[in-house]
Structures are given as structure tokens and as C-alpha cells.
Design a protein around this ligand. Structure first.
Ligand code: UD2
Length: 312
């Protein structure tokens, strides 16, 4: 993205290295001796792996609120998926970066079905019209194209951080400033516990741009929640778009669409924060003991009924 001036991206001018906190804030003293011992809270490239119990919400919110970032949430509700908007936004208002400036960029072909939801101070909805689709795969992958265009047209002047999220999910608990970093990715709930890397559902066909060979891989990340600095996210969303276009030229579609391209990118361009599956669980699955808090959960849905071309 061409930078016209420094105005559109406040991130550059933040004193990132200076984690400034208010004096007089009352919070529990951090310990060097106690913490989560049931899970690993660092990656092998030494960035945080965020779980409940690894941060103090009071401290982290105080620090990040000083920066007063503008956060864009890009979601798609195409076809019957508009039915998920109300709960997503209502619960987002209750739990997602509460007290921060947030704009939901709702991409839809049914603008008249976007519900009226009461929003907190400094929070907004922007509706972006996109075409209808006949294949769900085209919506899922098309998100990369349309998000690229919306960032170039509007978001680049309006946000410092950007999250991409699936709409068929509900917030249940705090999703706060501990999630913010240059590039934050969420561990997929299905593969975070001792799954050998060769069993990850990476794209395994060398013809695809998303190809990852056997013997490689750190984690398997979900494409349902990912976020970071606007500029880094722009680069990554555009990368997924361009790689899927390359694949289309070669008459191949990556096995998990943009999620496959995302996983390849993040293997060689490591995220600066990894978020535990607390940041995207699923109502399909029981909650295990190491997930102390479910922050967002994907809803159970009737794929055949809700998608334009039927089920999986
Ligand atoms: C999984 C991933 C999703 C994506 C997809 C790729 C999870 C929780 N989600 O989702 O991020 O990688 O696989 O195959 O692992 N949508 C519409 N209209 C449609 C179809 C999709 O608006 O007709 C949008 C909507 O925002 C939805 C998202 O695309 O939340 C993902 O589609 P999905 O929920 O049908 O795909 P799913 O559950 O297989």
C-alpha cells in the first residue's frame, strides 16, 4: 500500500517500545514463580502464546488504551449468513475490545438485512456491498479480494489494527488488548494438542501456492480470526488474494481456501503473537480443561441449508 502520509497509520508514530502505564493503577503483583504450567505460553521464536492466566487485563488495557487505536473488524455476511450478524455484533459490543474504537465493516449482498444494534461510544458499522455468490467457496475466497479493495478504498484511512473474522460466531467472554500485535494468529482448536505436523490439513499438492511439504510446520492456524497492524494485515490479505488467483490460473483451489494460504504465509513469516483456541472455539466441540475461557465460539449451523450450494 502506498503511504501518502503518516496520518492514515498511527501505528508508525506510536512509541511501540514504550509500554506506558498510569501511575497508581491497582493490580496483582506479577510473579516469576507462578503461572500457567499446563500449557506452553511461548512459541519457539519467543513470542507470547496467549492463554487465560498469562496476562493481567487491567495492566494490558491500561497500556493499550493510551494508544487509543482504531480497530477495523472485517466480516462477510453473504446470502443467508446475514442471520448471524445480530448476535455477533451484540456480543461483540459486550466483549470485544470494550472501551476501544471499533468499526465493523460488514460486507454483504443484503444491506437491508443488516440489523440495527446499539453500539458503544466510538463504535460504528460501515456496510460494504458485495455481489451474491453461487458457491460458498467463492464467498470464502472472495473475502480476500473484497477485503483488499475495502482496505485500499477506506480502511487505510480509518484504522490502525484490522481483524478478519467469520460471522457465524458469538463472543462469550473478554477478547481484549492482549490480542493486539503486529500479526496475531489463532491456533485451530482441532489441531493444537500434540497433532504431528504431518497430520495438519495443510495444502499438500505442490501445484498450489499454498503447498507445505511434509516435515515442515509449526502450528495449524484458523482463518476464522486473525488480526494485526493494518499494514501487515493488508499485505497478508492481499497475499492470500493473489495466491488464490495464481492457483485459479493453474486450475487448482487450495484445500482449505484462504486458510491454506494463510498457513503457508505464517510458517515463513512468523506471527508476533499466537492466540490459544480460547480465541475461537466451536459449539461443535466439548471444552477441554486447558481452555479456561471460551472467548468466541463458532455456532453450530446447518451447512446444507445456509450455504448457496449446499453442505461441505
Ligand atoms: C472454515 C473456517 C473459515 C474458512 C473456511 C474455508 C472455521 C471456524 N472457519 O469455515 O474461516 O477458512 O473454513 O473453507 O474454521 N460466508 C458467507 N456466505 C456464504 C458462505 C460463507 O457470508 O454463503 C462467510 C461468513 O462470514 C462465514 C465465512 O464466510 O462465517 C466462512 O464460511 P463458513 O462459515 O461457511 O465456513 P466454515 O464453517 O467451513
Amino acid at each position: 500500500m502506498e503511504k501518502k502520509n503518516n496520518e492514515h497509520c498511527k501505528v508508525d508514530s506510536w512509541k511501540i517500545g514504550e509500554l506506558i502505564m498510569d501511575s497508581g493503577l491497582k493490580y496483582a503483583q506479577p510473579s516469576t514463580q507462578t503461572g500457567r504450567t499446563d500449557v506452553n505460553s511461548l512459541t519457539n521464536w519467543n513470542v507470547p502464546l496467549v492463554w487465560e492466566g498469562t496476562f493481567d487485563p487491567l495492566v494490558i488495557d491500561d497500556i493499550y488504551k493510551k494508544m487509543d487505536p482504531r480497530v477495523a473488524v472485517v466480516v462477510f455476511a453473504v446470502g443467508k449468513y446475514t442471520r448471524f450478524l445480530k448476535k455477533f455484533i451484540e456480543t461483540g459490543e459486550k466483549y470485544f475490545l470494550v472501551g476501544f474504537r471499533v468499526t465493523y465493516y460488514i460486507h454483504t449482498d443484503r444491506a437491508n438485512e443488516v440489523p440495527k444494534v446499539e453500539l458503544g461510544k466510538g463504535r460504528n458499522i460501515t456496510i460494504v456491498t458485495v455481489p451474491s455468490a453461487t458457491r460458498w467457496q467463492d464467498v470464502v475466497l472472495g473475502r480476500m479480494k473484497w477485503a483488499t479493495l475495502t482496505i485500499e478504498k477506506t480502511i487505510n484511512k480509518e484504522a490502525d489494527y484490522l481483524f478478519m473474522m467469520d460471522i457465524d460466531s458469538v463472543f462469550h467472554n473478554r477478547f481484549g488488548a492482549e490480542s493486539l500485535s503486529r500479526l496475531s494468529a489463532v491456533l485451530h482448536r482441532g489441531y493444537y494438542k500434540n497433532t504431528p505436523r504431518d497430520s495438519f490439513p495443510y495444502e499438500r499438492r505442490p501445484l498450489s501456492k499454498a503447498y507445505i511439504s511434509a516435515g515442515e510446520g509449526d502450528y495449524y492456524y484458523t482463518a476464522a480470526v486473525w488480526g494485526g497492524y493494518l499494514e501487515d494485515m493488508y499485505k497478508l490479505v492481499k497475499y492470500c488474494y493473489e495466491m488464490s488467483e495464481e492457483d485459479a490460473k493453474n486450475k487448482i483451489e487450495a484445500v482449505w481456501q484462504e486458510e491454506s494460504h494463510l498457513n503457508r504465509y505464517l510458517l515463513y513469516n512468523k506471527p508476533t503473537k499466537v492466540l490459544s483456541p480460547e480465541y475461537l472455539w466451536s459449539d461443535y466441540d466439548k471444552v477441554p480443561g486447558d481452555i479456561k475461557v471460551v472467548r468466541i465460539s463458532q455456532l453450530v449451523k446447518n451447512y446444507a441449508e445456509v450455504r448457496p450450494n449446499g453442505g461441505q
